[in-house]
Structure formats: structure tokens, C-alpha cells
Design a protein around this ligand. Sequence first.
Ligand code: OSB
Ligand code: MG
Length: 379
Amino acid sequence: MLISSIELREIRLPLIHFFETSFGRTTERRIVLVRVVDEDGMDGWGECTAAENPFYSDEWTESAWYTLREFLAPMVVGASAQASEIFALMRSVRGHRMAKAAIETACWDLEAKRAGAPLWKYLGGVQDEIPCGVSIGIQDTPEILLEKIGRELLAGYQRIKIKIKPGWDRNIIQRVRKQFPDIKLMGDANSAYTLGDAPLFRELDQFELMMFEQPLAHSDIFDHAELQRQIRTPICLDESIRSAEDARHAISLGSCRIINVKLGRVGGHAEAKRVEQVCREHDITVWSGGMLESGIGRAHNIAMATLAGFRLPGDVSASERYWEQDIIEPPVTVTLRGTIIAPKEPGLGFRVNLDRINSLCVRQELVGKQASTLAGSQT
Ligand code: OSB
Ligand code: MG
């Protein structure tokens, strides 16, 4: 397919409830959306998962916007390529994987639509129903956290992930375990600890968590290997895994037994498939992470999570947990057994609500030959 133009939009989307991790609190998302259009006027949508600040990774909304506008979009516009080749077109830009993934995933949506196939099948997915968990941020009080966990379990979610940080760890996990002795429970530290905290993690082994997610530094795989040797609970890497090579290195060092795959963090669907394959070859379980995505990113995560290696419940949950109104129709819903059914329509399988997007849009940009063809806009 020939990519004739790329549209960028930034939308502001307030979260129903703030989301707090060891690195800070988010109340409103600033999301960059990408629409790629081909020579026949068909389109595909992608979402940049960079956050509002460079605290989870070094990318953030502003860096993604300018990198997309100045470098990445111009490298792809005018190219005739398959979705699997898009990442390579942008290889002279180092890093900026979330920005790259926004374009790359949009191209997969477009290509699947052109093929008349649901994206998940087009990617090689094999599961038409995926298990779902929830990620629950740090709360103002332990009581609020316990109440929220109870509510999510009632809704059917199969696994609870809580965010932990120094001062919100041992006591919290102990209280959650006391009230919910048998649930699938895990803790995500977002790099809040050091190897010096190994005694704490040894103590936490008693609570039989499914895994500790990214306890140590965001770029580390060496100290994680040492920590994993000292504890029984599996370590799951998130921030540290940016490519299939990272996954291979971490696995061979023994730095983790589980990997959280995020489309943005690894640079798109093609690389996510490579990570999944490396993990499957080494008997390492993967699951789909989330980045507080709007419906577009969420739909891409659903497609990825249908690949064979995704065996554990992911952080992919219903639109209504995050947004008053999503930007796709229908919104993502979760069954009472805590699953999402993969869509049947071609591409992402959800309708993109352009009116809603334009009403949330604070800036837009067109990279392409034809000026003034921004869909649904007057500029
Ligand atoms: O570490 O998985 C993470 C959200 C923002 C940044 C990092 C993370 C998260 C989540 C939320 O845990 C997952 C979601 O519900 O989208
Ligand atoms: Mg994480």
C-alpha cells in the first residue's frame, strides 16, 4: 500500500478517576492519535502511548508530537510498503518507539482493513476471547483500595494488579491478602526499588503474588537477575523490555520469568510479535500491558493479546473504567467471566468516532502531499 498522508491529532481526555503510580498521578490524558491514509483514501488509526511526562519512559506527549511531525511521518508518507516494513522505514530515528508505534500500528489497521480481515486474525492471533485483569493505582487510603478491588472482582476481572511503592507495599499487600486470600494478585513497582530492597521482596514471597512487575531500575536487567535468584515470586519485566533483543537478553540472564508486552514500548505490532515469539520459544509467559489508552490503543492491545503466547490476564479492561465516553464505538466491554471477545469486523473492529475526536482535539497537523484534507476538519 502507498501511504499518501498522515494526520496527527492531540486530544485531551479526562480520566474518570486519577491513576497513581510510584512516579506520579495522572488525571487527564494528552493523547496523540495518528491516522494514516492510503492512495485509495482508506485509513487506519494508531495511538501514541507516551504519557504526559517523561516519568514512565523518556518519551512524552510533546516529544512524540514533534518527533512524529518533523521526522517519522515524513519518512513514511509517500512510501509504498507493507505494515511489517514500516518500523524499518523509521530506523534512522533512534528510540522514540512509542511515537513510531503510533504510525506502525495505524498501518496495520489500514492493511488489515484492505485485506477485509479483523486485525487480530491478520496479525496471526488465535484466541477469540482474551482474559482480562485490572491495574489499580495507589489510593488515598487502604480502605479505598480494598473497596475498589472488591468492585473489580464482582465485575468479573480475573486478576488484580496493585501499584506499590516504598511506604505502600508490605502493609497494603498484607491487608489485601487478608481480605482476598485466594485471588490472583500482583504488584507493580514501576522501578521504585533497588537491589538493597531484596530483603523486603523475600518477605513479600509469603503473600504468594503471581509476580512482581518491574521492581528495579527502568533500564536494568542485571540487578533484576540477582533479585530473581533471591526470591521465589516470579519477576515480570515491563519498562526494561523495549525489543525482542531485550527480551532475549533478559531471559538468558534470568532477569524475569514473565514479560509484560506493550505495543508502544516495543515500537509496534511487528516487534511485539517478535517479543512474543522469543518468549514462546523460551517458555516465558507474556501478557498485554496497558498505558491508560483510549479506545484506539485499547483495540490494538486486544488484537495483540490474541497471539498464542499471551496466556495471562492483561491490563486490558473496559472503556468505562477510564472514560465517560470513549472515542470508539462500541466501547470496549468485558464479559462477566472477565474476558474481552475479539471483534469480528475488519481492522481494529471498532468504529472510530471522528466527531468525538474532533471535539476533544487541541491541535492537528497534516503530513502529506494534499493540503486541507484533514478528515472532518475545516482547516
Ligand atoms: O506500569 O503498567 C504500567 C499505566 C501507565 C503507565 C504505566 C503502567 C500503567 C498501568 C495501567 O499499570 C494499565 C492500564 O490500565 O492501562
Ligand atoms: Mg508496569
